[in-house]
Design a protein around this ligand. Structure first.
Ligand code: HEM
Length: 127
């Protein structure tokens, strides 16, 4: 399993879900879930696709446990956060722990990505 392939395929699923959500908001003329739609698209589509591009450009990371954990955490965090923010912005405060939990998960994933990028770039500089 390659980290880039997982990223690209999950990103496509996220953007399809995000676009359908956008249509639902537009047709219903209820934009209260806008923040959740925006986060789902920006975390799930834009960021995840960018991770995939980085891993595709750095084949040594493709099969590393760190990259697969990073992508997996990002996918889980994005789903949990989108559900939580969606609930909160539509008036259901039971979504708060999910919004917070999902946010911490994507932060942890980004810290891991940063660690992988710094390690890879520094190794590249030394080579
Ligand atoms: C079929 C595709 C899409 C539809 C129908 C759609 C629909 C919408 C709607 C109805 C809003 C609320 C606008 C408002 O109340 O001002 C919105 C906001 C937003 N959407 Fe989408 N969207 C789509 C795709 C995307 C994608 C692919 C992204 C990101 C890559 C995105 C990012 C955003 C952002 C950041 C906002 C918040 C804008 C603001 O703060 O004013 N959307 N979208």
């Amino acid at each position: 399993m390659k980290a880039s392939s997982v990223s690209f395929q999950a990103a496509i699923l996220f953007v399809i879900a995000g676009m359908i959500w956008g249509f639902i908001m537009a047709i219903s003329e209820d934009h209260s879930a806008m923040a959740a739609h925006a986060h789902l698209n920006l975390l799930g589509w834009v960021s995840l696709f960018l991770f995939g591009l980085y891993y595709r450009l750095h084949p040594s990371l493709e099969h590393s446990k760190g990259a697969l954990i990073q992508v997996g955490l990002w996918i889980v965090g994005t789903i949990v956060q989108a559900v939580g923010v969606g609930l909160v912005t539509t008036g259901d405060n039971s979504g708060e722990p999910f919004a917070a939990g999902g946010s911490f998960i994507v932060l942890a994933s980004m810290l891991l990505f940063g660690w992988l990028v710094f390690g890879s770039e520094r190794a590249g500089v030394r080579a």
